[in-house]
Design a protein around this ligand. Sequence first.
Ligand SMILES: NC(=O)c1ccc[n+]([C@@H]2O[C@H](COP(=O)([O-])OP(=O)(O)OC[C@H]3O[C@@H](n4cnc5c(N)ncnc54)[C@H](OP(=O)(O)O)[C@@H]3O)[C@@H](O)[C@H]2O)c1
Length: 270
Amino acid sequence: MSQTSKVVLLTGASGGLGSAIAKHLNSKGFIVYGLGRKPVKSPYYNWVYMDLVQPESIDNAIKEIVKKEKRIDILINNAGIGVTGGLEEMKMNDVRKAFEVNFFGTLFLIQKVLPVMRQTQTGTIINISSIAGYTGLPFRGIYSATKSAVMRMSEALSSEVKQFGIKVIDVAPGDFKTKIAESRLYTPLNPQSPYYEDYKRVLKMIDEEVDKGLEPEILGHKIFKFLAKKQPKLRYNIGLILQKMTPVIQCVLPGRLFENLILKHYKMKQ
Ligand SMILES: NC(=O)c1ccc[n+]([C@@H]2O[C@H](COP(=O)([O-])OP(=O)(O)OC[C@H]3O[C@@H](n4cnc5c(N)ncnc54)[C@H](OP(=O)(O)O)[C@@H]3O)[C@@H](O)[C@H]2O)c1
């Protein structure tokens, strides 16, 4: 089957990275289905309702697409939410919601797509994790944990489904210029909190780093390149050079030394 007529399921197509991926794949002739909560009329993808926190909507979305296309060639798990706050002060509902969207919903969607891919003995699953998944970042500990969970899942999944001709690729972006901060779950700043000054400063830095991030179109282009590869790598880190280097530096440095670099970067007490 030619690359161009492949059926792609993409979550989070309405967001910054998702819409860039949809646009690029559409321009290359892929048939893109964008799964999301809000109805969207897009020239680049067909919208299908799906909320990652509602398993029934995931089930229905897959049934609808399979009925129409009879196949799913590519699943791109891109939808996700940011979450910030000190671990001591986070609302447990926010913690659960972040895992529901970034991890549990994503896994349930994979479970629904795999039987379809196994039938054709081919397929590619791309999970969008994050470079933040390599490190427990201050005031982003839960976000890091959800993305780390996605990475571990990608590794295990890859070794389980290889026998069926299905490829799994984990794409870990660094900062990209999107509106992710707008829908972030965040613990409000509280001047009475012992974490107030640190959290305020780090939050500002996180937002500035996203604003100075790469253009989403770069990711759309990269995803197309990975899909075209016969033997793609298990993981790609895509970001500014220093962000791409972080996991490498973390690997070679003793834990406390690396921690000190993080504290220094965020101007926190060592
Ligand atoms: N931007 C960055 O710097 C960066 C860095 C590393 C990793 N990432 C990851 O890249 C992915 C895309 O991020 P982005 O920056 O493009 O963020 P974004 O603009 O906020 O887009 C997030 C997307 O996720 C969807 N979504 C949120 N909750 C959902 C739910 N319950 N069910 C279904 N869809 C849901 C949203 O769709 P609707 O609201 O339309 O339903 C939206 O399309 C995320 O997984 C994010 O963690 C981003």
